[in-house]
Each structure stands twice: as structure tokens, then as C-alpha cells.
Design a protein around this ligand. Sequence first.
Ligand SMILES: Cc1cc2nc3c(=O)[nH]c(=O)nc-3n(C[C@H](O)[C@H](O)[C@H](O)COP(=O)(O)OP(=O)(O)OC[C@H]3O[C@@H](n4cnc5c(N)ncnc54)[C@H](O)[C@@H]3O)c2cc1C
Length: 650
Amino acid sequence: MKFNRLARRQRSIQTNPAARRGSSQNINSARLRLSDRPLEAVCRAILPVESPMGDVRANTEALKRYLTYQPSYIDMAVRSGAVAMNLASRALIGRSLYDATAEERERVIALFTKTTVGSNAMEGLKALVLLASGAEMATDEILETSRNATIERPDAKLDVTPSISWSSGRRFDAIVVGSGAGGAMAAMELAEAGLNVAIIEEGRRWTVEEFRTIHPLDRFAGLYRDGGSTAALGQPPVVLPIGRAVGGTTVVNSGTCYKTPKDVLLHWRDDAGLGLADPDDFISLLDRVWEIVKVGPVPLNVMGKNGKTAIKGAGKLNWSTGPLDRNAPGCGGTCQCAIGCPKNAKYGVHLNALPAACASGARIISEARVSKLLIEGGEVIGVEATRTDGSIFNVLAPRVVIAAGTTETPLLLRRSGLGSHPMVGKNMAIHPAIGVAGRFEEPVTAWHGVLQSAYVDQLHEEHGILMEATATPPGMGSMILPGFGRRLVAEIENADHLATLGGMVADLSVGRVMGRNRATLIYNLSKRDGKRLMEAVRGSAKVMFSAGATEVLTGIPGQPPVHNDQELDDVISRSDPRTLHIAAFHPVGTVAAGSDPERFPVEPSGALRGVRGAWVADGSLMPTCPGVNPQITIMALALAVAGNIIKEQK
Ligand SMILES: Cc1cc2nc3c(=O)[nH]c(=O)nc-3n(C[C@H](O)[C@H](O)[C@H](O)COP(=O)(O)OP(=O)(O)OC[C@H]3O[C@@H](n4cnc5c(N)ncnc54)[C@H](O)[C@@H]3O)c2cc1C
């Protein structure tokens, strides 16, 4: 994407309402109100008005539109941050940011970002402005790619009833809360064993037609909890997006598949006493899942240059590398996994386990948030759920499988009076990730190809560091780009020359989930994991240099690009891991299973301790970080738990 294309897109958004395809109805008119002036000033500072990307009105409107999807506290935080910046500007240069020249704005930002709080606030604002403007500017390209891609398979046959049309009091043999990786597999297994199953899902059903036509920002904001703004608080704060849809996070995940490493399974069996993780039994479940979700290696002809660059760099270092395994048969490399696959190629559970469950009679109730489990005399008798209009209904069953995901399951237990075990909500590992970018003389155009495509696992066994070549949908990946104002614009202009590589670390379980209705996530990076993340930066940068990068953006805030190993070592040695930009996509462990009742809220079978008829079958079950992308492990664990429910029933 080049300046003139972006500028054209912005002009077209302003003058042609049709260009806002799929925009939500609650967008105000393009006229900015006075109260939007601080936001406008921030947009001017981040994407300067003097540059071709600096259409302040369009950028501010995009930001405002994205904010309509956010919980009110985020909207307030962004607006207050913008006001604070403007006040700082008056104090520092004697006039508002809005009236300042480009140089003055950059000076204000430089001063503002000297403190950790100011720097975090500015980075947060930058992330939102870039996501909103980037998605807006790349809309034409994304939608054109979607339209030109052939549909690999039609939408699956699902028996879905939106909660608004569902009446209260119906009875089932089992209820599954959540239709993601764990919930869908558990529901399939139970339904195929002859149980009458209801799956209750907070998100809605999305269709492939919507993934081909809806504005990328609306897809992004609609497919994730809280519009995609979930984060863990701590040092440093961690961006931690979570899916919410029929199919759960598998609808937006990157499709990368790993079987649980054997040493992890042995650790779970021997340390946690999690008998079902015994490799002798568990490996056959992993194999079964592998078949169900049709896993295969990324074909080189669709991989794209981003993955090939990583493979080339690692290969020259003699490091272990290759195409990733993915559940995306027929993937065309549209690089849109994170906002819903426009080909239905990525084979999330909405396309396999859920239709299999429905074929065996399961019913899905969508857009219904389970507020609590109903319990009588120490036994589960069903659930209470809330419809989108706020009305409440009951669904009755003698067993409930909780698969609301690692961040929501502890909240549901607390709301149900089942959260008193001291470890509920604790023990959260997130598999934290950093990203680096290598600049190449030739264009890489990382978003032309598979979003997550190649692995480098040289440092995995010894250090728990797994590198994966990961791009983002066009326009939506500018977070790695350093700076603000004119420098940032220059980086965006040349973003097609960057290859991006992410590094994840198998972390200690130091996070927790607080709250009953809204999750507050707390995660403070341990010293050991901070060091490992720095090693992930070093390893990823080495791969980029080895592939021929002329410079590497380390992603470490405030540090210049590096041009060789010496500069890389210098930057790493003077940087504090607690300033890193970290994202995480794999939270696990908050209601873990194991044999010791003091340590584990869930029995090794998957049954929740302290009540009869409640089971857990999602990421929260895992005793520790699995060290690899977790979806296959979660699916296999869910099959194991469902198998135990069936055995108990007999
Ligand atoms: C952007 C992204 C990329 C990823 N890429 C990969 C990858 O490539 N490979 C990989 O292995 N993993 C990946 N993951 C992680 C993986 O998708 C998740 O670990 C996995 O889907 C979690 O499964 P789960 O069953 O625990 O929860 P989820 O799949 O999140 O499902 C939970 C469901 O429960 C619903 N729910 C929550 N609360 C309630 C309630 N009270 N009532 C009703 N419903 C409720 C939610 O809406 C959600 O749909 C990625 C994650 C993200 C965010």
C-alpha cells in the first residue's frame, strides 16, 4: 500500500458514503463535534496532517467508529488520554496539540513518552488510531481479495436459534456453555454418544458471505470480546484478544496446529496427576482431532514471502524450520484469518465439530450469555442465561460442560457460587509473544500469503521459545512500526518491505483473572520469562539478518533499528523486558485439573470439585502453558472430558 492509494481511499471515504461498506449504523455524521477535538488533535499528531495519510477527519471518524464497539471505560480512557495529551501540550509548548506545528507535536510526544505511563498511554492511542485508520485505508484491498477468492466450502449446516427466539424451561441431557475449541468438541462427542445436547454461545453466527463483504473493522470489532480491546494489566500491559462467536476463538485464530509435546504431557501426568494426559491415551485423541480438523502443512505455493523469508533465514543458520501445520485445507493465502476467512478454508470448529454435533441432534442457542449454573442440593440442574434484550431464560439439564474459555470460565463459576476454590482464576499462563520486523531491499508484502505460515523451533526445546512467521491483514499490522508523526508515516509507506516474525515463550503461570461479570486480567512478566522474551527478540532478529535484512525493527520501544548482531546485542543489553510490547493469544490454566484437591479446582476426569454434574472442557483446564499453539490440545482435552461424562452416564 502506498501513500497515493491510502490518500485516495481516505478521500473516497469522505466523499462517498458507499465506500463505508458494512459500516455500523451507529456512526455519527462526518462532522466532528467540539468534544472530539482532543481526539482529532491526537490523530493529527500520530498521523500528521501534513502527510498524505493525515486526513484528520477521516482518521478521527475511523477512531470514533472503532470506539463505539468498545466498553465505555475504554472509550472514556481514550478520550481522557487525548485530553491529557492536549493539556500536556499547553504546559510544554504553550498551545494545544491541535494548533501545534508538526515539529512541535513531535516534541510534545517525545516529552510525553519519556515516562512509562506516558509511553504506555501513547502506545495505546497509537494502536487504536493505526488499527482504525489502517483497516479503513485497506478496506478496498481486503474486500477485493475476498471477492476474488473462491469459496472453498459452503457454510456448515448448523441448528442455531438466536436466544431472542428461544423459550425458557426446555430440558436436555447436557448443556455445553461456549462453542469454541473445547465446547464444540465436547458437544460433538456427547451428541454422537446419543445425549440430547444444547450449546449456549454468547456470540453470534457469522457466514462466509459476511467475511467477503463486511468492512474489516466491523469484522474485527464484532468477532472479538469487547471489540478486540482485551488486555492484561501489569508490567508490561499485554494485548490479549479473545474471540466471541459461534465457533469461539477458532473463527479468528491463525489455524496453526501443534500436538501437545510429549514432555508437557508427562509433566501434566506426573506433576499434576492428570491421568488423561498420559501420552499412551492422549496421543490417540490428538490424532483424532488432527483428522477432524484436517491438518496439513502450509503449501509453499500459497505461503507467501513472509514465511519463505523466515525459512530461508533459519535455514542459512542451520536452525530447525519449515512450513507450519494448519487446519486450513484449500487456504488461498488471503491473510484474513484474524477477521474471518473469506474462503471458509480455515477449518474452525464451526465447520466440523459443531455441524457434526448438530447432525446428531444438538441445538445451538446463540447470542445468549450464561449468567450462572442452577444448583439444587449440591447437583447441577441447568443454567440461567441472558438474551440480547436483557431478558432471562433457563435451560435445564443434569450436567453442564463449562467451556467459556480461560478468561470467562472462572467468572461463570464465581457467579454460580462455585468459585470458592482458592485456585479458581489463578495459575494463568498466556504464552506471551513479541514481534520483530526485518527490512529488505525487495518488497516482501507480508500480507500476500498465509497469515501464520512458518516455524523456527531451534530454541524451543531448550528455552521454550517458538518463533512463527506471522503477518496481519493488510493495514492492520502497523503496531510493530516505531515512532509517531512523520517518522511513523515513512515507516508505513515502506511497510511492504518488512518481513515479520513473532516469538512466543512457554511462560510460568503467574497471571490471574479477577471479577464476576467483567474479567480483569492481571499478568506481571516473571524475570525468567522477560529474559526469554529478549532471547526471542534476539533469535528472531538473527533469522531476519540471516535472510538478508538490511535492518531489523526489534519492537523494543524507544530503541533504534539495528543493522548487525553487535547493535542487536547492545539494544537488548540496555533494554528492560518490562518495556516490551507484548501480545498473547493463548491464555490457559485458570481452572486447572489435577489430582491434588488443594492445587486444582477440577478433578483429573474434568469434573469440577464441590458440585455434581459440572465439568470443565476448555483452555482453563491445562495445568501449565503447553508451550505450543494450544487449540489441538484443548480439543483433545475436551474429547477426553466428554468421554469421561459418557462413561459416568453408563
Ligand atoms: C487472534 C488469535 C489467533 C490464534 N491463533 C491460534 C493458532 O493459530 N493456533 C492455536 O492453536 N491457537 C490459536 N489461538 C488460540 C485458540 O484459538 C484458543 O486457545 C482456543 O480457541 C480456546 O478454546 P476455548 O474452548 O478455551 O475457548 P474459545 O474458543 O474462546 O471459546 C469460548 C466460547 O465461549 C463463549 N462464552 C464465553 N462466556 C460465555 C457465557 N457466559 N455464556 C455463553 N458463552 C460464553 C465465548 O463467546 C466463546 O465463543 C489464537 C487466538 C487468537 C485470539
